[in-house]
Write a protein that binds this ligand. Structure first.
Ligand SMILES: O=P(O)(O)OC[C@H]1O[C@H](OP(=O)(O)OP(=O)(O)O)[C@H](O)[C@@H]1O
Ligand SMILES: O=c1cc[nH]c(=O)[nH]1
Ligand SMILES: [Mg+2]
Length: 217
């Protein structure tokens, strides 16, 4: 797997990352969603640098300009729920992309800390020969992303597969490296220390879905 860490240099990205983590800012859920969206825009821009491009000629009112444009069909696939604000950011930049949606959530069958991943809702477009961008702000154990990747590839052979996460734990990265093909790309805005006993990322930010949309039963 090719891993791209995008916050190694100082930039305004660190302001947005700082705010989504900050307990004194997190009570403003609109700011939380908007910051995830802004991070998505920055990550979309960084990812766009390694996509294939073709030469084109643009007719202006005064002449012709030779330039380049993206030369692959993009499919954006957020993991519900928490992937939705990240998806908004990607869609702001890749506005011609197709979209697919898959839900994944942790199910605790015994009420304890052990969980399995339930992949339920799915609305998946044709992914064959396309560039798929799987979007989820949190990579904790990596089980959700592996389960959704498996679901997406059940009936399709994409040309390229990119996984985009905002905050990653080393344990999750190791799990993806073990389970996913070598030609996948992983984009990480911020690498954290570890998982805690409940498999939450430390220092992380808490529960991204709840912070964006409120707690669930
Ligand atoms: O790497 P993992 O250990 O699989 O954990 C990460 C997953 O957990 C969160 O979703 P959650 O299950 O909280 O669902 P939600 O988006 O509905 O809150 C997050 O958005 C990831 O999908
Ligand atoms: O730290 C974590 C782990 C899973 N899901 C989250 O939203 N946060
Ligand atoms: Mg959640």
């Amino acid at each position: 797997m090719k891993i791209h860490y995008i916050s190694e240099n100082n930039s305004v990205l660190n302001h947005f990352l700082g705010q989504i983590r900050n307990v004194n800012v997190q009570n403003d859920s609109m700011r939380f969603r908007r910051n995830i969206e802004r991070i998505g825009e920055i990550m979309a821009y960084e990812l766009s640098k390694i996509l294939p491009y073709k030469n084109v000629e643009i007719q202006t009112p005064l002449g012709i300009k030779k330039t380049t444009q993206i030369d692959t069909d993009l499919v954006l696939c957020p993991i519900l729920r928490a992937g939705l604000p990240l998806h908004n950011g990607f869609l702001n930049y890749f506005d011609h992309a197709e979209n697919s949606f898959v839900s994944a959530c942790r199910h605790h069958p015994n009420g304890g800390d052990d969980f399995e991943i339930l992949v339920e809702y799915q609305a998946i477009s044709d992914l064959n020969n396309k560039t798929v961008l799987l979007l989820d702000p949190m990579l904790a154990t990596g089980q959700s992303i592996v389960a959704v990747h498996k679901k997406l590839l059940e009936n399709a052979a994409p040309a390229e597969f990119h996984i985009v996460v905002v905050i990653a734990a080393p344990e999750g990265i190791a799990h993806l490296e073990k389970e996913l093909p070598d030609n996948c790309h992983l984009w990480v805005a911020s690498l954290d220390e570890k998982l805690n006993e409940k498999n939450y990322i430390v220092p992380g930010l808490g529960d991204a879905g709840d912070l964006a949309y409120g707690s669930k039963l």
